[in-house]
Design a protein around this ligand. Structure first.
Ligand code: DX5
Ligand code: ZN
Length: 215
């Protein structure tokens, strides 16, 4: 069964406790928390303060996706705010290997995200060091965009790389995931589905989570 990681990015920020409750009480496995700095991506979302608040009630794995430059400056703060896993962008890290080691030394799972234009082969040398690859299937920065079709081939390529290298990294798919494409994404080799709009724009978020979980 896939790991379902709802993103609160498109939830109602006046009622974040409700979003938290939905995730806690549903079949979702993780909270996916999208942090944006207005520099690496053309949008600003939220930071460690909100994560710390959510941590008071959130009872599942906190999967924090940093869409920020110089993530090493804040790695410890995100750990202290409650991150269980921290994902940094390949494109934002000239010293990616060092960042991965830092995340792990602070006791978190280490993830690397790649933008749609970045080939999975760029991960070849670090793939055994990481716990998660976030394959961005839209351009990062906004919820509610359409899944980029060529991503299916990228997922297959990444699955092959992971198998060949004996890596235990999970493949997480982020952007434009819905009931329409989730099956194909899983068949291509994905382990984790991030879902923002599909869940929080639905009349029945818990029902949608259950459908995705039990495809
Ligand atoms: C986009 C974020 C995603 C986003 C997914 O930059 O990384 O996690 O919230 O939202 P949907 O499911 O609406 O594409
Ligand atoms: Zn994300």
């Amino acid at each position: 069964m896939p790991i379902i990681a709802p993103s609160i990015l498109t939830a109602d920020f006046l009622h974040l406790a409700d979003a938290c409750k939905i995730i806690n009480e549903s079949e979702a496995d993780w909270f996916h928390l999208d942090v944006m700095d207005g520099r690496f991506v053309p949008n600003i979302s939220f930071g460690m303060h909100i994560i710390k608040q959510l941590r008071k009630q959130g009872r599942k794995f906190f999967d924090v996706h940093l869409m920020i430059l110089e993530p090493e400056k804040f790695t410890e703060e995100f750990r202290d705010a409650g991150a269980d896993g921290l994902t940094v962008h390949l494109e934002a890290c000239p010293h990616l290997h060092r960042n991965i080691q830092l995340i792990k030394s602070l006791g978190m799972k280490a993830g690397v995200a790649i933008n749609p234009h970045s080939p999975v082969l760029l991960l070849k040398d670090v793939i055994r060091d990481i716990d998660l690859v976030n394959v961005m299937t839209v351009n990062p920065g906004f919820g509610g965009q359409s899944f980029i079709p060529y991503s299916i081939q990228k997922i297959k390529d990444l699955r092959q790389l992971i198998t060949e290298t004996g890596s235990s990294a999970k493949i997480e798919i982020d952007g434009g995931v819905s009931l329409d494409n989730a099956k194909e994404i899983l068949q291509a080799g994905a382990d984790v589905l991030v879902t923002g709009t599909a869940v929080f724009s639905s009349d029945d978020p818990a029902g949608m989570i259950s459908k995705l979980k039990n495809l």
